[in-house]
Design a protein around this ligand. Structure first.
Ligand code: FES
Length: 136
C-alpha cells in the first residue's frame, strides 16, 4: 500500500465485461466493475444477506449501469452503490452499498478503501462474519 492509502488491485483487463471481479484489500472483499473506461468498487458482500455481488450480472436499469446480486436479484448502480430495486419491487430503493474510491493508471486499477460512515453492508465484515465468509 502506498502512504496515501491507494492499493494496487489488479490490471484493468482482469475485470470482465458485464461481470464483477473480487479483490481483497485491507481484509475486505471488494467487487470491481467496469463500465467502458471507468472502474467502480463496491463492497463485495451484498447488504441484503451477504450475497457475492462480484458474481452477479451487469445490466442497464433506466440508464444506470447496475450489478444484479445473484442471490435475490437486488440491483445496485455501480457508480453510486445505490439500490435501484429488485425487478418491479422498489422497497429497498436508495439504500446504499459501501462504495470505494478507484483510479486507473497505465492500465492498473488502484483502490482506496472507504471507511467513513456506516453502511448496511458493514454487518457482513465483522470478525464473526469473516469466519463464515472465508470458508473455502
Ligand atoms: S443477498 Fe443480495 S439481494 Fe439478497
Amino acid at each position: 500500500m502506498a502512504e496515501d492509502g491507494w492499493h494496487l488491485a489488479c490490471e484493468a483487463t482482469a475485470i470482465p465485461e458485464k461481470k464483477g471481479f473480487k479483490v481483497r484489500i485491507e481484509d475486505r472483499d471488494i467487487a470491481l466493475f467496469r463500465d467502458g473506461d471507468h472502474v467502480f468498487a463496491l463492497d463485495a458482500r451484498c447488504y441484503h444477506a451477504g450475497g457475492p455481488l462480484h458474481m452477479g450480472d451487469i445490466e442497464d436499469v433506466a440508464g444506470k449501469t447496475c450489478i444484479r446480486c445473484p442471490w435475490h436479484h437486488y440491483k445496485f448502480a455501480v457508480g453510486t452503490g445505490e439500490c435501484v430495486g429488485m425487478g418491479r419491487i422498489t422497497t429497498n430503493t436508495g439504500v446504499k452499498q459501501r462504495r470505494h474510491r478507484v483510479k486507473v493508471e497505465d492500465g492498473k486499477v488502484f483502490v482506496k478503501v472507504n471507511t467513513s460512515g456506516a453502511f448496511p453492508s458493514d454487518r457482513y465484515y465483522t470478525p464473526q462474519m469473516e469466519r463464515l465468509f472465508r470458508i473455502p
